[in-house]
Every structure is written in C-alpha cells, then in structure tokens.
Design a protein around this ligand. Sequence first.
Ligand code: CMC
Length: 376
Amino acid sequence: MSDYAKGLEGIIAAETEMSFIDGQKGVLEYVGIPIGELGKNSTFEETVFLLWNQRLPKASELEAFTKDLRSRYEIPGALAERIKALPTTAQPMHVLRTLISELALYDNDPNANDPDSARDKSLNVLAKAPALVAYFDRHRRGLDFVKPDASLGFAENFLNMLNGEKPTETMARAFDICMILHTDHGLNNSTFTARVIISTLSDVYSALTGAVGSLRGPLHGGANEGVMHMLNEIPDLDAVEPFIMGKIERKDKIMGFGHRVYKAKDPRAFALQGLAKQLATDTGNQDLFNKSMKIEEVMTRELGAKGIYPNVDFYSATTYHCIGLKLDLFTPMFAMSRLGGWSGHVIEQLSNNRLFRPTAKYVGPHDAPYVAIGDR
Ligand code: CMC
C-alpha cells in the first residue's frame, strides 16, 4: 500500500482524454488543443462538443449539437413557479445546487446511466442552468422572467435572460471566452466529486449537484468572489502594497493566487488578464484592473519563488465585474461553464467505471474498553 498523501496531492485517480495540464510549464490543453487557441477561435458550444467527443465537430455536427442545446433552454413551468417562491435572500450557488437536483424530479427516467441517457441528461442540465440562475436573479430583483431565446448562443442567451436586453457583441464574445476557459480542468475537486458520485452508479443529477456544492468553496470556485471582495476592500492603488504585505505577514491566503497543480502562472489567467484589460477600458473600470496588476506585481515579488501566481479566479473577477455581473453570480458563472466539463467526466467515468473507494489511515486507539454510561 502506498503512502498517505494528504489532499490526494500527486495521486493519479482517473484517466481522462479531456484536458491535459503541465503545472510547471503552465500548459493547459483540451483534447490536445492549447487553451489559448480555443479562447481565440472556438465557442463554448464547440468546446463542449470537443470535450464530450474528443474531437472538433464538423460544421453539420456543430449545428445539430447547438440546435439540440438551444431547444432545451427553457425549464419546466412548475420549476419556474417554484423559483418565484424561493427566499430572495438565498445565495445563488445554493439555489443552483438545489435546482439542478430538482431537475431530476422532472425526468421520467432519472437514474438511466447508459451512454445515450447520460449525454441526454447532461445536455439538459447544461442547457437549463442559465435559466435557473437568471430566473432566480430576476425573482430576487422583483422582475419578470425573460424567456430563453433559442436564436441566441449560450452566452448571449444567458445575458439576455439576466438583463432583459441583448448584450453587445463584444460583451457576448467576452463572456463566451470566459465560459471556454472555465469548462474543464483535469481532476479538480468538483470534477473529482462528480466522478466519485457517479462511480457508485448513482445518477447524473446527483453527480452534478455534488459538483456544484464542491465548487462553491472559497479554496475552489468561490475564490473569484473572494478576489472581488479584496479588490473592493482596497481603496486605491497606493493601498495595494500595505494591504497585501499585511496579509502575507499574517499568513492569510490571498484569493486568486496559488494552485495545487500550477507552479507557474495559470494559462487561463493570461487570457483572462487580456480580457479584463480590454473590458476595464471599455467600461471605465481601469482602477480595478490597475489594482489587480499591482496585486500581481507584489505577490510575484513576495511569493513567486514559492510558485504562487495568479490562478483562473484572479482576473475572472474583474472580467465578470466589467460584464456587469453581481458579485454573488461570479461562482454560478463558473459552475455554468464547468457543467460542460463535469458532464464530460461523468460520461467518461461511466464508460470505464470502477467504484472509488480509497482507504483511510486509522490513527485512533485500539482495544479501547467500553465504559458504561454511568462511569464516563
Ligand atoms: N496566498 C498566500 N499563500 C498561499 C496561497 C495564497 N493564495 N496559496 C498557497 N499559499 C501558501 C500556503 O500558505 C502554504 O505556505 P506554507 O508552506 O508556508 O505553509 C503554501 O503556499 C502551500 O499552500 P497549500 O494551501 O498547502 O497548497 P494547496 O496545494 O493545498 O492549495 C490552493 C492550493 C488553491 C487551495 C491555495 O493556493 C489557496 O488556498 N489559494 C487561494 C484560494 C484560491 O485562489 N483558490 C482557487 C484555486 S484555482 C481555481 C479553482 O480551483 O477553482
């Protein structure tokens, strides 16, 4: 039996054909294609097809896949009514986790795990997640729902449902690129969670629900909200240095930095930095971008030698803010795109399944006496 690895660091627990990461060199590829290339040239829909089929689609295949996805944008009427009854104080990640689970209640055969069913259910959840988030956000703002528009792409449709108006082409494309960059990332915690759950031959809904719960944590996808809180706390550029130095001295974690796998700058952070810069200029948020750059400069100087650099969450905070998203929608955005990756891993796990069941190293006592309750 091999040694105990706390946090499963360095343990290979699954095989995947979806994404490849070289943490030392800062490389991320989806099915062999560098992430930067996909960000420049692909769309979220095409990226999901690539991950689920391990090849780029032909034009006719992409058209059929997109058409199928769009035809599933709307959520069941009863579920829409249910959203209207949710507390307006609820947090969107809790809402998304709950409602993905509830989608199973509207499926006549929720437990079917054959390959076609797993793909069908995955596509269904992916297509409906934007409406779940947008409807809830409009409900808490006291606004009527804006129905999905099947003539729009995934990113554009979401922003249209959220804001009640079509985004500009630049905004829609920026959001689409964010979705691509967040779609998959090896055996990260939420993906592992999804694979662990489906390995019991449970069901797609349970696996995806569990993954949302995992992603919410501030050490994982919740870090993008933490970054925005930090940026809001720092009043101006001059305050960056003392703020960050104070945190380092107190040994506080700085959100949006560090990674279990990357010991160089996360390749997604390069792409998001470019997007954040452009959007900050377009939307008059240069202050935010300048503060981010200064944080990176101080962090690299102080902790770069330890391999701590910006991760995907750092510049996605500024990007999402400039797109006009409320802070507590940042992590749901991450979840919406990662559903593409989680589903791909669920499908992959089912195609070559073995139950995940690791071993714990017992460190408690042995041969302990049973002490009667009156004598304790
Ligand atoms: N700020 C300051 N110090 C840090 C940071 C950070 N963000 N990240 C790691 N360190 C230090 C840590 O204090 C420890 O120092 P020492 O050896 O002196 O005790 C050392 O680096 C190793 O840290 P660790 O927490 O044991 O490393 P890990 O591989 O378990 O953690 C991590 C990886 C992502 C949880 C961690 O870097 C972290 O907490 N970062 C902040 C949260 C964050 O941005 N999460 C998003 C991750 S990327 C996207 C995603 O997964 O959603």
